[in-house]
Design a protein around this ligand. Structure first.
Ligand code: CAA
Length: 284
């Protein structure tokens, strides 16, 4: 099956990036949000990121306009998924919100439609069990900023079938991404490796080993990371980092994943990184 139309549910940081790359690859997108103002914000972010690409001469104005023109906004999940071949859900990492979305999608999407989640921490097998088609359920884990990062971690749940995997792998390549298959496990591969590094960087700051700036300098200049782990933690969101570490800690019952006390405190204080204007750095 060729994916000819996709529904992207959620227009936040990840959702608008996912809509951007599908639309730019020529696959029309139904972008589903809960309120018009959220949809408008998503569209204006996509337009801003397309403008950046026009300025860098990666695409021309025609391509920008065609990309924007192939995104249609829906404020109702059932309406937005009824004529698509693939659904990619990028709603907040809250199990109750996800359940409510997946129950609606399962009831309204065509029988042949593949159901993909961009979750970074919730079990794909668990999400799949919220639908009547676990064999068609899969993780499509994109990375921020989606238009730039090449990876899609494709996560197979316990019952995901080979055909679903193949279609999602082919579709990811059409987006000019590199699909990497992994099996369902806490944090998949990406966050199982990334989050302990970020956590250890936070322990270093909390224990007074070095300042946040100096920890980041060590990793940027010594290990050639494009951003230091603390700047990256701010970029991802400290609340998201804490949630993922808790998933690893609870999933493996291994103390090596215990969240750094400083991370917990910062989240308690509402210092969540870029999105709140303050984390390990200030973003005024
Ligand atoms: N849309 C389109 N293009 C964008 C963009 C966006 N949102 N953001 C940046 N770009 C482009 C820029 O135009 C620029 O293009 P050129 O190479 O053609 O000049 C390029 O990306 C680099 O951007 P900048 O020059 O502005 O800035 P930079 O060199 O500092 O790079 C960065 C910014 C790409 C974010 C880089 O710092 C980076 O790769 N950081 C690491 C990001 C990362 O690790 N992301 C994964 C987070 S984990 C996650 O998402 C999943 C999870 O489950 C937690």
């Amino acid at each position: 099956m060729d994916v000819k139309k996709v529904a992207v549910i959620g227009g936040g940081t990840m959702g608008n990036g996912i809509a951007h790359v599908f639309a730019m690859s020529g696959i029309p997108v139904n972008l589903i949000e809960t309120k018009q103002e959220f949809a408008d914000r998503a569209l204006s972010t996509i337009e801003k990121n397309l403008d950046r690409m026009v300025k860098k001469e990666k695409i021309n104005e025609d391509k920008k306009n065609a990309t924007l023109g192939s995104i249609t906004v829906f404020l109702d999940v059932s309406e937005g998924v009824k004529d698509v071949d693939l659904v990619v859900e990028a709603v907040p990492e809250n199990i109750d919100i996800k359940r409510s979305v997946w129950e609606k999608v399962d009831a309204a999407a065509p029988d042949h439609a593949i159901l993909g989640s961009n979750t970074s921490s919730i079990s794909i097998t668990k999400l799949a069990s919220m639908t009547g088609r676990p064999e068609k359920f899969i993780g499509m884990h994109f990375f921020n900023p989606v238009p730039v990062m090449k990876l899609v971690e494709i996560v197979r749940g316990l019952e995901t079938d080979d055909e679903t995997y193949k279609i999602v792998e082919e579709t990811s390549k059409k987006l000019n991404k590199v699909p990497v298959p992994v099996n369902d496990a806490p944090g998949f591969v990406s966050n199982r490796v990334l989050m302990p590094m970020i956590n250890e960087a936070i322990f270093c700051v909390g224990e007074g080993v070095a300042t946040a700036e100096n920890v980041d300098e060590v990793m940027k200049l010594g290990m050639a990371h494009p951003m230091g782990p603390l700047r990256l933690a701010d970029f991802i969101g400290l609340d998201v980092c804490l949630d993922i570490l808790n998933v690893l800690y609870e999933g493996f019952k291994d103390p090596k994943y215990r969240p750094a006390p400083l991370l917990v405190k910062m989240v308690d204080a509402g210092k969540l990184g870029n999105k709140t204007g303050e984390g390990f750095y200030n973003y005024d």
